[in-house]
Design a protein around this ligand. Structure first.
Ligand SMILES: [Zn+2]
Length: 478
């Protein structure tokens, strides 16, 4: 009997080699169950043999949701380490999540998407060059990454950081305030941004990183952004979820996105902390803009635009203007990519709508995981393109408020009979393009200033019975 067990174990060892070990006990790590479904030696030639191992991966579901018990816990996110993989052909099938092409890394820092020939929807088939490899739904953005970047951003005098409160597991909910404090607050627009309500949505933080890098950089443009606005930024609204590798919930199973109308006793401590700080900061004057940053499985960037029926024509149009400004000359984001929805009070947008009667424009923006504009033939989502989208969004915010930024001036006109006259007191010397606005910036003409001085531009009506164009002009170097 004992001899049989020994022989059987030996046979198993010879059959399977050194077993592959799976683990996920690290920042943002997550794995449910792993089942080995097949193990076979393949001889591609007489002198060569490769062990082929097939695993079924069940991703880990969030805890049951005590605040919304009818909601099925989500299990989108996975991020795990496999050891002992070198030289083996590994097949992974994901049973309850939907990666189109997952990502991998040999060091847990630099991730790459599996190439097309190694990955497809829910499947990976790869031979690894090194013995340990991390595999994730998308490039993680964990607690440690955020702390490193916060150290960079807060190293300058115009960025301060404090804490809104403490998460259930004891993480600080960190908030940056970014502004040039030499300009009085009453002369600035106020913008609140928060991300990562849903921990699986790491693309939102890569987008936000691009925005924050631009906003804090030492450049004329960034200096002007900081003179014109006060930016309150909460990068992780759900730090427990991020660190714990949850999908859409905090550590208690609560989906924080839909708890803004719940009484304190049944919502999460995190939403409570956000509401308190938003209330105190906007006590005297509502925020001008609130951006709620997410990622979605749809293969496009989208704003959730508040519908006209649920709000007002004016409010809907403001949201559309911000959306069109974000899509303008953006190679990743197009007007047809929007979603439209009513701002129900369970969302931050509805909570704000009820409090500010439309004074605060609040919208959700979603980044994709896979590709843009529903087109898999285009470049797939990279960290670089997500960061670029952070820069595009910041530029859209600037245009939305009509800020004049070095190299990019927004000028309002005065309508007189059949013409509109645009003036700007002090335009630096340079060659400019002049654009009118028609849900995108449309080139109207060019303007050259040999020396710094007053800008004057006249747009006449094409037809004497019609009013001339009287919208904003963009006068810019590019
Ligand atoms: Zn989300």
């Amino acid at each position: 009997m004992n001899l049989f067990v020994i022989l059987f174990s030996l046979a198993t060892l010879l059959q399977e080699g050194d077993p592959v070990r799976f683990s996920a006990n690290f920042d943002s790590g997550s794995l449910g169950r792993v089942d080995l479904i097949d193990s076979v030696w393949v001889r591609p030639s007489r002198t060569d043999s490769v062990l082929h191992l097939s695993y079924e991966i069940i991703s880990r579901s969030d805890p049951a949701n005590p605040a919304n018990p009818d909601l099925m816990p989500s299990g989108r996110w996975f991020y795990f380490l496999m050891d002992n993989v070198k030289g083996k052909h590994i097949y992974l099938t994901f049973k309850n999540t939907d990666p189109k092409r997952a990502v991998y890394s040999y060091d847990g820092i630099n991730f790459e998407r599996f190439p097309h020939y190694q990955a497809s929807m829910r499947k990976i088939s790869a031979l690894f060059e090194q013995d340990s490899v991390y595999v994730a739904y998308f490039v993680p953005y964990g607690w440690e990454r955020l702390q490193e970047r916060l150290a960079d951003w807060t190293a300058t005098e115009y960025v301060t950081m404090d804490t809104l409160g403490t998460s259930m597991m004891g993480f600080p909910i960190q908030m940056l305030t970014i502004t040039d404090s030499s300009v009085p607050a009453c002369e600035k627009n106020t913008i609140w941004l928060h991300a990562r309500v849903h921990p699986s949505e790491s693309p939102a933080n890569w987008q936000l990183e691009g925005l924050l890098d631009r906003l804090t950089e030492d450049s004329d443009v960034a200096r002007e952004y900081r003179r014109k606005g006060i930016f309150y930024v909460v990068p992780f609204t759900n730090p427990d979820g991020v660190y714990g590798g949850y999908s859409r919930s905090n550590a208690r199973g609560i989906n924080q996105e839909i708890n803004w109308d719940h009484h304190d006793s049944i919502t999460s401590v995190e939403v409570d902390a956000l509401r308190r700080r938003m209330d105190s900061l906007s006590k005297d004057r509502p925020f001008d803009l609130v951006l709620n940053m997410h990622a979605q499985s749809d293969d496009k960037i989208s704003y959730y635009i508040p519908t006209e029926e649920a709000t007002t024509t004016e409010y809907h149009e403001r949201a559309m203007r911000l959306a069109y400004l974000t899509t303008d000359s953006n190679p990743y984001f197009f007007p047809e990519d929007m979603f439209y929805s009513a701002p129900a009070p369970r969302y931050v947008e509805g909570w704000l709508w009820n409090r500010t009667a439309g004074n605060t424009l609040a919208v959700t923006i979603e980044m994709p995981y896979s590709f843009y504009n529903n087109n898999p033939g285009n470049e797939w989502v990279t960290l670089a393109s997500l960061k670029e989208n952070g820069v595009y969004m910041l530029r859209a915010v600037s245009d939305y408020f009509g800020w004049n930024i070095p190299g990019r001036y927004l000028v309002q006109g005065l309508e007189r009979k059949n013409k509109t006259v645009y003036r700007y007191a002090e335009l630096p010397a340079g060659e400019y393009h002049v654009f009118t606005w028609d849900n995108a910036w449309v080139l109207h003409g060019t303007y050259v200033r040999e020396r710094p001085g007053a800008f004057r531009y006249v747009i006449r009506s094409q037809d004497t019975h019609k009013r001339p164009y009287n919208g904003p002009l963009r006068v810019s170097m590019q």
